[in-house]
Write a protein that binds this ligand. Structure first.
Ligand code: ADP
Ligand code: MG
Length: 295
């Protein structure tokens, strides 16, 4: 589709109130799903983040990397076992997760952003003890009872060092965070990036938390695409987790939205990373896209 100059000007002007609204505000982006795998989508996400930075937003990126970890484990002939959707993580597996997330995925995002002319800095939870973590037990439902199972070095966030993030943001850097936490005995933990993004958004009292994923948003009935919901309240979201409407990988996302809202973040959005430029569509247009979870 070709736009006339008049249309182009109108589109830019339509963004003005959003640029004003978000100037100087912090937006946390959880980068995951297909948008991390497909090179063209990847480039568009980087453009969106650079654009946000150039119009005065303070973006913070938290990335996942499950497929990369699985790929590497397969290469060395190590099979992954899952309990309640969480990877059983022995010492060798957490070392590999750290190596892949920090050494490969993180540095790649940082260099792609820097290539767009912004200043990105990569961090893992170990840098300045950004993410203090402890062991997370998996919950296994057996009828009415819940059994807690030790699955190794899978962690949950205990504390975020906001000072290091604010220092970097004040100096115009974009922090890019790998979801590896550090425990009391210096051990590494692999943490679901949705939860890390939520804790970071809460601790920074971010204006928005944007979770990029591979689906349009939340469905009331996952098998019926006409049941898409564009806005959910906290209570509605909790109910949908309880009754099983929200399941699988969507659970940590919705829990992430709830947790960051409770910690003081503004709005939270689950958006489709398969769509070109979904980030700027969400932030700078009146329609918005995806599902928002609001107070
Ligand atoms: P990511 O890689 O972005 O973390 P996940 O695969 O972990 O994505 O989580 C998103 C998935 O959650 C969707 O692809 C879908 O299969 C699943 N899901 C479960 N319940 C729902 C629901 N009610 N609405 C939308 N997606 C759902
Ligand atoms: Mg996931």
């Amino acid at each position: 589709m070709e736009f006339s100059s008049k249309d182009k000007a109108a589109i830019l002007v339509e963004a003005l109130p959003y640029i004003q609204k978000f100037f100087g505000k912090t937006i946390v982006i959880k980068y995951g799903g297909n948008a991390m795998v497909n090179n063209e989508l990847k480039a568009k996400v980087m453009e969106d983040i650079a654009l946000m930075k150039y119009v005065g937003i303070r973006p913070v990126v938290v990335h996942g990397g499950g497929p990369d970890i699985t790929g590497f484990l397969q290469k060395i002939g190590k099979k992954s076992e899952f309990v309640s959707g969480l990877r059983v993580t022995d010492e060798e597996t957490v070392q590999i997760a750290e190596m892949v997330l920090v050494g490969k995925v993180n540095t790649e995002i940082v260099s792609l952003l820097n290539h767009r002319g912004v200043k990105a800095v990569g961090l893992s939870g170990k840098d300045a003890e950004l993410i203090r973590a402890k062991k997370k037990l998996a919950e296994v439902y057996e009828g009415e009872t819940v059994r807690m199972v030790d699955i190794g070095f899978v962690g949950e966030v205990e504390k975020i060092n906001v000072d290091i993030l604010n220092d970097l943001l004040d100096q115009d850097y974009i922090p890019v965070i790998a979801p590896i936490g550090v425990g009391a005995n210096n051990e590494s933990y692999n943490i679901n990036a949705d939860y890390v993004a939520a804790e970071v958004a809460g601790a920074l009292h971010a204006e928005k938390l944007l979770l990029l994923t591979d689906i349009e948003g939340i469905y009331k009935d996952y098998h019926d695409k006409t049941t898409f919901v564009s806005t959910l309240t906290q209570d509605e979201a909790k109910e949908m987790i309880k009754d099983g409407t929200i399941a699988g990988g969507m659970i940590p996302k919705v829990e992430a939205c709830l947790c960051s809202l409770e910690a003081g973040a503004g709005k939270t959005h689950i958006i489709d990373g398969r769509l070109d430029h979904s980030l700027i569509l969400e932030v700078f247009t009146p329609q918005g896209i995806g599902t928002e979870v609001v107070r």
